[in-house]
Design a protein around this ligand. Structure first.
Ligand SMILES: Cc1cc2nc3c(=O)[nH]c(=O)nc-3n(C[C@H](O)[C@H](O)[C@H](O)COP(=O)(O)O)c2cc1C
Length: 216
């Protein structure tokens, strides 16, 4: 696949085929490439815990139990940006056929976050607690490289902040040491082609909305 096609093809999938496993060699290849990501002082700050098989099942079950007893904190965006979440929600729920006032339908869809959208490989991405913002940029570089390498291999993915909302549960389930900060989750697998929200194309700003060119 041409590089531009890989970038354009990568998108977040929110329903995976649970019984279609991720070939280990493809995952390894993508991870080896992602390790080439740049980072501050070559710290390579990303620490990734990937669960499949029985561990994956236990992780999903523990999160599902937790989310039902302790609803997730509202990770609202600041007022200046909250309209963007509403716009994405309208796009996603619209594609899923969930009406704006259907709070039960929305909650059912949200709950899939905590089962990693049924992905056969469920991951948690961490960074050492002593590291800071420049190192978090490095983790982001690793993640995007990983997502692109997975896309090139025909695999689908979704990065998630939602699963990181229960750091104690994921720590316990994946034996994550205390010195690591839990940053986000990642789902890896093959997207369910029958799920309409998997084929939405999220819009982007024009470059000029985000980039300033200065010449004098
Ligand atoms: C750090 C980060 C956290 C995210 N958290 C979630 C999440 O918790 N649940 C979810 O459904 N999507 C999540 N996403 C996916 C974004 O909503 C998605 O990347 C964005 O809407 C752009 O769509 P695209 O990835 O399909 O291009 C997250 C993405 C990133 C990079």
């Amino acid at each position: 696949m041409d590089f531009d096609d890989v970038v354009l093809r990568r998108h977040s999938s929110r329903m995976f085929l649970p019984d279609k496993p991720v070939p280990q060699e493809l995952l390894q290849e993508a991870l080896i490439l992602a390790m080439r990501a740049p980072s501050n002082s070559n710290v390579q700050p990303w620490r990734v815990f990937l669960a499949s098989g029985a561990r994956r099942v236990r992780l999903g079950a523990a999160l599902a139990k937790q989310v039902r007893t302790t609803p997730p904190p509202n990770l609202g965006l600041p007022d200046s940006h909250s309209h963007l979440r509403r716009e994405l929600g309208a796009l996603l729920y619209g594609a899923m056929g969930v009406a704006r006032d259907d709070s039960e339908g929305r909650w059912t869809a949200q709950l899939r976050n905590w089962d990693f959208f049924h992905a056969p490989v469920a991951g948690i991405v961490c960074m050492h607690r002593d590291l800071g913002l420049p190192d978090a940029i490095g983790v982001g570089m690793f993640l995007q490289t990983l997502l692109l390498a997975l896309t090139e291999r025909g695999l689908d993915s979704c990065v998630q902040v939602s699963t990181a909302l229960y750091p104690d549960v994921v720590r316990e389930q994946l034996d994550i040491p205390d010195e690591l900060t839990v940053l986000c989750g990642i789902c890896i697998g093959y997207a369910d082609p029958a799920f309409p929200a998997n084929s939405i194309n999220t819009p982007r700003n024009p470059v000029t909305a985000n980039v300033v060119f200065l010449e004098d």
